[in-house]
Design a protein around this ligand. Structure first.
Ligand SMILES: Nc1ncnc2c1ncn2[C@@H]1O[C@H](COP(=O)(O)OP(=O)(O)OP(=O)(O)O)[C@@H](O)[C@H]1O
Ligand SMILES: [Mg+2]
Length: 180
């Protein structure tokens, strides 16, 4: 599925809508360059799970944990890790895919520690405020309901996104504008 958001608020709205269809044990890889909007998407997911507290970037802490929402939330940022060994030494890898939802930024730093089954969320800047966000199920991650984003974002309000599109399954050609 592919979305285009204009501004961090829309990316958070997409995250909040996505949160509604997440289940305990889900792992989401948030991919994209520095400043792509991974932490903004994470913030939206946290809001959608019912966390109203600040959701700072875990760049220095490696892991920020949240409890008390619909599901627990483990928000990782591997950017400052030297590699998988440092993750194992810290013992933090035990929280990956544990009870609740796991979000991982800069997962490429410790590829071998990542679960095979996950939702890959790729953010690509298309301009100052515009981002392309693609969601792709990997391994045995269940197929996402392609209409999840219509069900409601923050506070149950419909999520408004510019140029929302869904894409045909990988391998097929061409683009299909969302129908329903
Ligand atoms: N459509 C958009 N979606 C998300 N962020 C946006 C968008 N438009 C502008 N921005 C801005 O881009 C920045 C994204 O920062 P963010 O910390 O989320 O990036 P990141 O991918 O987590 O980077 P890092 O790799 O440093 O952790 C913010 O300043 C945000 O306001
Ligand atoms: Mg970040």
């Amino acid at each position: 599925m592919e979305f285009t958001t204009c501004g961090a608020g829309e990316t958070r709205a997409l995250g909040a809508a996505l949160a509604a269809v997440l289940r305990s044990g889900d792992t989401l890889l948030l991919e994209g360059d520095l400043g792509a909007g991974k932490s903004e998407l994470a913030r939206g997911i946290a809001r959608g799970l019912g966390y109203t507290c600040p959701v700072p970037s875990p760049t220095f802490t490696i892991l920020n944990e949240y409890e008390g929402g619909r599901l627990k939330l483990h928000h990782f940022d591997f950017y400052r890790l030297s590699g998988p060994e440092e993750l194992y030494e810290s013992g933090l890898q035990e929280y990956i895919g544990a009870e609740g939802v796991t979000l991982i930024e800069w997962g490429e730093v410790a590829l071998e520690a990542l679960p095979e089954d996950c939702l890959v969320c790729t953010l690509t800047p298309l301009g100052e405020e515009k981002r392309r966000i693609t969601l792709r199920e990997r391994g045995g991650f269940r197929p996402l309901d392609r209409t999840f984003w219509k069900a409601g974002g923050e506070g149950g309000k419909p999520c408004s996104l510019s140029g929302v599109q869904t894409e045909p399954a990988e391998g097929s050609l061409g683009k299909e504008t969302d129908k329903a």
